[in-house]
Write a protein that binds this ligand. Sequence first.
Ligand code: SKM
Length: 243
Amino acid sequence: MKTYGLIGYPLSHSFSKGYFAEKFKKEAIADCEYENFPIADIATFPTLFHQQANLQGLNVTIPYKEVVIPFLDDLSDAARAIGAVNCIRLEEGRKIGYNTDVIGFTNSLKPLLKPHHTRALVLGTGGAAKAVMYALQQLQLPYTVVSRTASAAAVAYTSLDKKIIEQNTLIINTTPLGMYPNVDAQPPIPYEFIGPQHLLYDLVYNPPVTRFLQLGEEKGAAIKNGHEMLILQAEAAWEIWNK
Ligand code: SKM
């Protein structure tokens, strides 16, 4: 039996295990399993490889996409440029980090882009945000990062005003705000300035319509959740594990 799985904490919201179980069944892949490994402290990551002798590959989710890097032996060029890993391939005991979030995000966003989507706000600064920023750079879409506190790299939520919201017609939530089980939360942006010209993209897929998307939809914005991105990044990971 070949073991694959997901590390992160907590993992109660994740669809990955169910997705791969369904895939293995549909494609009659009998020698593979996909497990959740909810590790509460990344320092325990190396012990996973002693406990799971048949481990072939891992996905990495919140909050470990950046802090897992020092535990890896090598990185793909994209993972190195992004500074975050959501896929690990084991090659003769060596752990190689990849980023398939960038593939999932780019390929799910591209068909939705309209000529008026010329500037983006990226909400959040974590590992998922880094993949989104890299994707936007490749799409040559200028963006501004929004964080709880202002820094050289980000503006604060409190400085978002009518002008900034109207200029940035693409708004991407990379934070876990609104993710199961904390479904009543939403990023603190001034929703009153959102309109039909906006596209709100939430990397969260559980629930399918977060408060962020719901508030945008009420203002006439187009909305997109993270479900297609999840599937595209999972399929890209599967290709990496089996190359
Ligand atoms: O990057 C992905 C990760 O591979 C799996 C996942 C999930 O199961 O919710 C979400 C994203 O972080």
